[in-house]
Design a protein around this ligand. Structure first.
Ligand code: BGC
Length: 454
């Protein structure tokens, strides 16, 4: 008796799709973990390697330089060699260079290893949402791609926990090396997971594309979905030129704009500096400030779960607007609290309100939208532009934050970020399309049609 094909929505088909997204999202966990783990390790590094301030700053910042490089090349590589293959290589890189960071004998070997960990972070930040987006059914794509953001927030939390656990014994080497565990699980998982059917179709491997759509639970609908993908591919021209057409030009603008706004509204000043900010607000001890920062981390994880539940129901636009509005209000109130010296708990509640506002929308939805709004043939390379922008802006914001406070004062600094949230709100209102429930090909059609109307 022939085995029945899993129909769309069948339990086994759904399970395969969800499992695939969960495993791929481990790349997001490594992204979050490896950007945060350094915070608890740096004091020990400084002592062991006798680092000056400048050397320490270099050792901390080098991963960000790697991420810039990784995100710049990731698009080309994922378009050329495939999404799955790149995730495999990235998992291998994460494992290898995490161990090498832990084994470093001095500033040079440490920085080289961390540079390559950073490159893996850059690749993962692009390849994970791209891969999940392309293999997901339209109906639940928002939730599945947002598992990536959930994993990032969990990774940030796990890093704090690992740092805390190894701090007593000053074992900074284990802090870095422990990333080998999720890297191994990702590596083994990616060996068994299917390549993106859309990438296979784009490369002309029709039978395999069809088979993978079926493996991913599409059942009888696999043929129709593949036909839609092939139809769209036929209309697409090769190369970067497509991104200069009027409709797609706007898609590039939207992606880069979202990337800038996700960072320029200050998220990583909170993620990287929460204990410092809370101390400045008057938290009684470093210990209390670190505990409060941990609570902020947990809030970030929990709200991402809420966003996952809502994103395919309420849509991307609604969550983005709610998010940027909430972030703006929270930041403005933080400015007021610092201005009036209102007390540390007030600032703490406002930071929580800010994180909740970020986590419901701009956090997950930026990564989701940049994986949805570009045509298949150029998706990887176009995503590179957006991810490169994320890492570049992240660097500018975190490198200038403390100087900005020194120059403008705490209150004005947060008011500046609040003002940028207002600009972000207007940007989302005017330019961001709703992509909820539409196939990637229907979204592509929207841009093409938009372009024709001009
Ligand atoms: C951002 C990171 C940020 C993280 C915090 C991500 O979406 O890209 O820069 O650190 O969210 O949750």
């Amino acid at each position: 008796m022939a085995l029945a094909k899993p129909a769309q929505g069948s339990a086994s088909g759904r399970a395969t799709v969800v499992l695939t997204a969960v495993v791929a999202a481990l790349g997001g966990l490594l992204f979050g973990f490896d950007t945060s783990v350094i915070s608890g390790a740096m004091l020990f590094l400084r002592t062991d390697f006798h680092l000056s301030d400048v050397q320490l700053e270099f050792a901390v910042g080098i991963a960000l330089a790697g991420a810039l490089l990784g995100s710049a090349v990731a698009g080309y590589c994922t378009d050329r060699w495939g999404r799955r293959w790149m995730l495999l290589v990235t998992a291998l890189g994460f494992g290898l260079f995490s161990v090498l960071s832990g084994l470093a004998v001095g500033l040079v070997s440490f920085s080289v290893a961390r540079f390559f960990v950073g490159a893996c972070i850059g690749v993962a930040s692009l390849a994970v949402p791209l891969y999940i987006s392309e293999m997901s059914p339209a109906r639940i794509r928002g939730a599945l791609v947002s598992l990536n953001q959930l994993a990032i927030t969990v990774g940030i939390g796990v890093a704090y926990f690992v740092d805390y656990a190894f701090a007593a014994s000053e074992s900074w080497r284990w802090m870095f090396a422990s990333a080998v565990l999720p890297a191994l699980v990702l590596l083994i998982g990616m060996i068994f997971l299917p390549e993106s059917p859309r990438w296979l179709a784009r490369k002309g491997f029709r039978d395999q594309a069809l088979e993978n759509f079926r493996r991913l639970g599409r059942g009888d609908e696999a043929e129709a979905e593949l036909a839609e993908v092939e139809g769209a591919l036929q209309e697409e021209q090769e190369g970067f030129g497509i991104l200069l057409q009027p409709g797609f030009r706007l898609a590039v603008f939207v992606g880069i704009g979202l990337a800038i706004f996700q960072q320029i509204t200050g998220i990583n000043t909170i993620i990287y500096y929460a204990p410092t900010i809370l101390r400045m607000a008057g938290f009684p001890s470093a210990k209390a400030a670190i505990l409060a920062a941990a609570i902020i981390g947990v809030a970030n994880v929990l709200i991402t779960v809420v966003s996952i539940v809502l994103v395919d129901r309420l849509g991307r636009r609604f969550l983005l607007l709610l998010s940027t509005a909430g972030m703006g209000v929270a930041l403005a109130l933080m400015g007021v609290a610092f201005y009036q010296k209102a007390g540390s708990m007030v600032v703490f509640y406002e930071v929580i309100a800010y994180i909740i506002s970020f986590g419901i929308g701009l956090g997950p939805v930026m990564w989701l939208l940049i994986s949805e709004i570009y045509p298949t043939k150029i998706r990887g390379k176009a995503m590179s532009l957006a991810t490169l922008t994320v890492w570049g802006t992240n660097w500018v914001v975190t490198a200038t934050f403390l100087s900005l406070i020194r120059a403008a004062g705490l209150a004005a600094t947060f008011w500046i970020y609040a003002f940028l949230c207002v600009v972000a709100f207007i940007f989302c209102w005017v330019f961001v399309p709703e992509t909820k429930g539409r196939t990637l090909e229907a979204i592509e059609h929207h841009w093409r049609h938009f372009g024709e109307k001009r």
